[in-house]
Write a protein that binds this ligand. Structure first.
Ligand code: IPM
Ligand code: MG
Length: 370
């Protein structure tokens, strides 16, 4: 009997719709050739939702996200929306979606592709074979802590942000990171600012105790965030899984993605807690932004969105083999010298967004027949 899975697609703004269109083609193809029916529903999100509904994340969209097996997002934001009041900016919609779905574990892989080593500003030998996974806490810390705001009279204003963590918020994201580290290389780097911050002391304590109680088979190494930033650029391959808080994770994941040199290739997943059936709410999105400067030109790189979908296949749809197939197809297309404008180089074949989608589908068909 055919299994049904529901995917909510939030294309978002600028190049968002263009890159997710290529994912739709992969979804349709899988639906045709597998005994799984992947049902897709769409909604507005971000700036597009401000235009359609007057707010970046409407309640009805949130309800759809809660009942879907997984959500795929394109990208949100851009200059058209920068003048909006802060509470209805696209970014506010994204933060609300994370918080309301309680997507506390943000997985941001940073890996290099052999075919693209030249794209990094670091030497090839430093990054060849790089495969890091940053696990960023996503629903707490300074992004959400109260009190926050600006108060006081003109010229004497005070701005307040609050970094705040509860033990269980640290525990649950560390648990996700330890599980992943156990499946991978068995080493976890935990990053904090324990020499300065109270939250850093608690962070280190909770992670240390968790390792002692449940993950003594995983090697745990603690690192200050400033040192981690330095080490990421100096010798990135010393890392496998890194776990850190919301703000540090925001910064370190940008740093790690640029180390690979191919921002247009990187996917991400944000996961909630499993329910009694082991089902987690989950949001998948490319790491790149909405790229207003190239929107509408059919030149955006769809591979990060496609790789985000492959993470969805693995983490949410119980289709691990197909997720791996999609990843292999992406590598094969690159090995054939196919490139979108952002990753092109002399001698390569430069393709439009659609043409990259064509090339990928052709590979998928060929590889699944083989
Ligand atoms: C990210 C982005 C967001 C964040 C912004 C757009 C709110 O930088 O996903 O890394 O800071 O979390
Ligand atoms: Mg960021």
């Amino acid at each position: 009997m055919a299994v049904n899975r529901k995917i909510l697609i939030l294309p978002g703004d600028y190049i968002g719709p263009e890159v997710v269109d290529q994912v739709r083609r992969v979804i349709d193809w899988l639906s045709d050739v597998r005994s799984v029916t992947l049902e897709v529903e769409d909604d507005y999100f971000g700036g597009a939702a401000v235009e359609a509904y007057g707010e970046p994340l409407a309640d009805k969209t949130l309800d759809k996200a809660k009942t879907a097996d997984a959500v795929l997002m394109g990208a949100v934001g851009g200059p058209k929306f920068d003048h909006l009041p802060r509470d209805i900016r696209p970014e506010a919609g994204l933060l609300k979606l994370r918080k309301k779905l309680d997507l506390f574990a943000n997985l941001r892989p940073a890996m290099t592709f052999d075919a693209l080593l030249g794209a990094s500003s670091l030497k090839s030998e430093v990054i060849k074979g790089l495969d890091i996974l940053i696990v960023r806490e996503l629903t707490s810390g300074i992004y959400f802590g109260e009190p926050r705001g600006i108060e006081g009279k003109e010229n004497e204003r005070i701005a307040i942000d609050t970094q705040r963590y509860r033990e269980n918020e640290i525990y649950r994201v560390a648990e996700v990171a330890f599980e992943l580290a156990r499946e991978r290389e068995g080493i976890l780097h935990s990053v904090d600012k324990e020499n300065v911050m109270a939250t850093g002391i608690l962070w280190r304590d909770v992670v240390t105790n968790l390792q002692r109680d449940r993950y003594s088979d995983v090697e745990l190494r603690h690192l200050y965030v400033d040192n981690c930033a330095m080490q990421l650029v100096r010798e990135p391959k010393q890392f496998d899984v890194i776990v850190t808080d919301n703000m540090f994770g925001d910064i370190l994941s940008d740093c790690a993605s640029m180390v690979t040199g191919s921002l247009g290739m990187l996917p991400s997943a944000s996961l909630g807690a499993p329910d009694s059936n082991g089902r987690r709410l989950a949001l998948y999105e490319p790491v790149h932004g909405s790229a207003p400067d190239i929107a509408g030109l059919n030149i955006a790189n769809p591979l990060a969105a496609i790789l985000s979908f492959s993470m969805m296949l693995k983490h949410s749809l119980d289709m691990v083999e197909d997720g791996l197939l999609v990843e292999r197809a992406v590598c094969a297309v690159l090995d054939d010298g196919m490139r979108t404008a952002d990753i092109t180089e002399p001698g390569a074949t430069e393709l439009s967004t659609d043409a990259m989608g064509d090339a990928l589908l052709e590979k998928l068909m060929r590889m699944s027949e083989a």
